[in-house]
Design a protein around this ligand. Structure first.
Ligand code: GLA
Length: 388
């Protein structure tokens, strides 16, 4: 099931807290079509929303208390005092919603408390932005219930701040913006420098195509060091090249930039990935807008090679999905999200998807990997209120 049933979440809220929720909200996870590790370099990304989402039944409180409960975990209600919320103090999943409340209040928004019950169908640790879905659903519900009228892009920024500062994971702005701003039937072309967006129609079925998400079941985490190391390496590259962010290196100035970096071999690789990846996003946008959808396949696969060889965030399972899918006739494939495990996407003719899925399963079995989980992704809706 891709969406947690709204009525069930509201019923569970009543049973848990003994009161009526003020409403129910939902926010989706995402896949990223192209543009990986570009968002903290002021670059381009193009995610779309999954039908999988996190649903929250919420009631406003006025006494400065925050109560949190998740249907997906075997844990009771966590109760927090808003005045004691501080970065680094909550160590479990509650850090995400608590961090959102902290970020809202820190930005001057008068949040007075809430009872929250959550249920999610976004797989966790699969590189599909379960954390962003959790943050955005809470932010949107609290913004609505406190009549804060915060624009979507700003909600995403506050959620990113919660994740960066309160949770302590140095992520970019892509996932939260995807969850907050995506529209059904579209991919979101986002310029992470100024947060301008363009909705790009993406109706793969109409063209006889399908996009598969293959969850390798290798779990990743962003608060561990590797993601932060890549980010720091990119910042070092920008500093050595005298630019604000790697986004500022023109595509035709890449060779010169790489030469300038001399024997900084690792930084050179990181810079090459980011600059070429930004260019790939622009190529994919142009191809989609020209109706040449099949031609994005090789660009996706090229992006994977760059993440594997230059950025070095892939893993054997992700490489197996990509290599096997392409060998079995897929148009293109790549890891999606931060990497080090998580999921890959595969673009294939609709008629080839069974064959491709079976080939990937067989390759995983032959390699002794845990069986992957595969599902088709169709661009779904962004965050929304589902009931009054
Ligand atoms: C994770 C982060 C994003 C982005 C991707 C890589 O999903 O949360 O901000 O950096 O990795 O593109």
């Amino acid at each position: 099931m891709s969406t947690a049933p709204t009525a069930q979440v509201a019923d569970d809220f009543r049973a848990l807290y003994g009161t009526e929720p003020d409403g129910v909200w939902a926010a989706p996870g995402r896949v990223n079509l192209i543009g990986e590790h570009t968002d903290y370099n002021d670059g381009f990304v193009m995610p779309f929303a999954l039908p999988h989402s996190t649903v929250a039944a919420v009631a406003r409180r006025t006494d400065g208390r925050l109560r949190l409960h998740s249907a997906d975990l075997d844990a009771g209600v966590t109760e927090l005092d808003l005045d004691t919320l501080a970065p680094g103090t909550d160590r479990d999943w509650t850090a995400y919603p608590a961090g959102v409340v902290w970020a809202l209040r820190e930005a001057g928004h008068p949040v007075t408390g809430a009872d929250i019950h959550l249920a999610s169908t976004v797989p966790t640790g699969a590189g599909l932005s379960s954390s962003a879905a959790l943050e955005v659903v809470v932010a949107l519900a609290l913004s609505d219930l406190h009549a804060l009228g915060i624009p979507r892009w700003k909600l995403a920024r506050l959620c990113q701040r919660a994740e960066n500062v309160y949770v302590g994971a140095p992520t970019g702005i892509m996932d939260q913006t995807a969850s907050a701003c995506c529209e059904a039937g579209h991919a979101l072309f986002l310029d992470t420098r100024d947060l301008s967006t363009r909705q790009i129609p993406l109706d793969l079925a109409a063209e006889g195509l399908r996009l598969l998400v293959v969850d390798t079941r290798v779990r990743h985490t962003h608060s561990d060091g590797e993601y932060g190391k890549r980010r720091a390496g990119c910042e070092k590259g920008a500093a050595l090249l005298g630019v604000d962010a790697l986004r500022d290196i023109p595509y035709d100035g890449l060779d010169e930039a790489l030469a300038t970096l001399g024997d900084e071999a690792e930084v050179r690789r990181l810079v090459r990935h980011v600059v070429t990846e930004d260019q790939r996003v622009e190529r994919v946008v142009a191809l989609l807008e020209a109706g040449r959808t099949r031609e994005i396949g090789p660009v996706l696969t090229e992006g994977h090679a760059s993440l594997r060889d230059d950025f070095r965030v892939s893993c054997p399972e992700l490489d197996t999905v990509v290599d096997t899918a392409v060998a079995a006739g897929a148009l293109g494939a790549r890891m999606t999200g931060g990497g080090f495990g998580g999921s890959a996407i595969v673009l294939a003719e609709a008629t080839d998807t069974d064959l491709v899925t079976k080939a990937v399963e067989a390759a995983f079995a032959a390699a002794g990997f845990t069986a992957p989980r595969t599902f088709e992704a169709v661009p779904g809706e962004g965050a929304r209120r589902v009931t009054r």
